[in-house]
Design a protein around this ligand. Structure first.
Ligand SMILES: N[C@@H](CCC(=O)N[C@@H](CS)C(=O)NCC(=O)O)C(=O)O
Length: 198
């Protein structure tokens, strides 16, 4: 399997951590989404990463579909089997991915608009949503038990992205998340190399 991805992408980080956890052999192919290379746009009409190219010639996106694809390859070991816990894990993943969507909207607003056209109210609106999501998670940090699941990887990826792109803007208000990441790394030492970095 090949994964079209980037080291700075939080969704790529999430699926790479899951692949590592499940001991799946995945070859990383780093792509620049701005350049829209053929290998990406021919396999994902949205031109987004991560996109997985399976050994059967199927392309799988987005990151949630890849997570569930991985889970099915490994006997459904990526999400809890009991309904309630599974729903919790899926909601946590949706919340973390949603926070990343807001963070990315901020990064893209600054990156792709001419400086004088950057719309600060839009940035503020996205940041408010991201903080609201982080507050929610800080109030109920997910337990790290015997097994990790897709929700844990999504949160770890989100924290990694915050460290990369929003240094100094969230840590003081969210010590619970720093503490959580420390516990997560103890359980999953590969976090250091698989979190978003640039
Ligand atoms: N919902 C998607 C989001 C993927 C996404 O937005 N990826 C970003 C990189 S972190 C991307 O490909 N951006 C390029 C673009 O939107 O053109 C997922 O979970 O995979």
């Amino acid at each position: 399997m090949k994964l079209l991805c980037s080291p700075t992408s939080p969704y790529s980080s999430k699926v790479l951590m899951a692949a590592h956890y499940l001991e799946l052999g995945v070859t990383e192919i780093r792509v620049d989404t701005n350049a829209g290379p053929a290998i990406l746009v021919d396999n994902n009409p949205l031109g987004k990463i991560p996109t997985l190219l399976t050994d059967d010639g199927v392309s799988v996106f987005d990151s949630v579909a890849i997570m569930h694809y991985f889970g099915r390859l490994k006997n459904r070991k990526l999400y809890p089997s009991k309904n309630g816990k599974r729903t919790d894990a899926e909601i946590l993943e949706a919340l973390c991915d949603g926070i990343c969507d807001c963070l990315l909207a901020i990064v893209y607003e600054r990156r792709f608009r001419d400086e004088e056209k950057v719309h600060q109210p839009w940035i503020d609106r996205q940041w408010k949503k991201a903080v609201s999501g982080l507050n929610h998670i800080s109030a109920h940090p997910p337990k790290i038990g015997r097994r990790l699941n897709g929700g844990h990887f999504a949160l770890a990826a989100t924290i990694g992205y915050l460290e990369l792109r929003f240094k100094g803007q969230w840590e003081a208000e969210h010590p619970e998340l720093i503490d959580w990441a420390r516990k997560f790394e103890k359980k999953f030492p590969a976090y250091q190399e698989l979190k978003a970095h640039g």
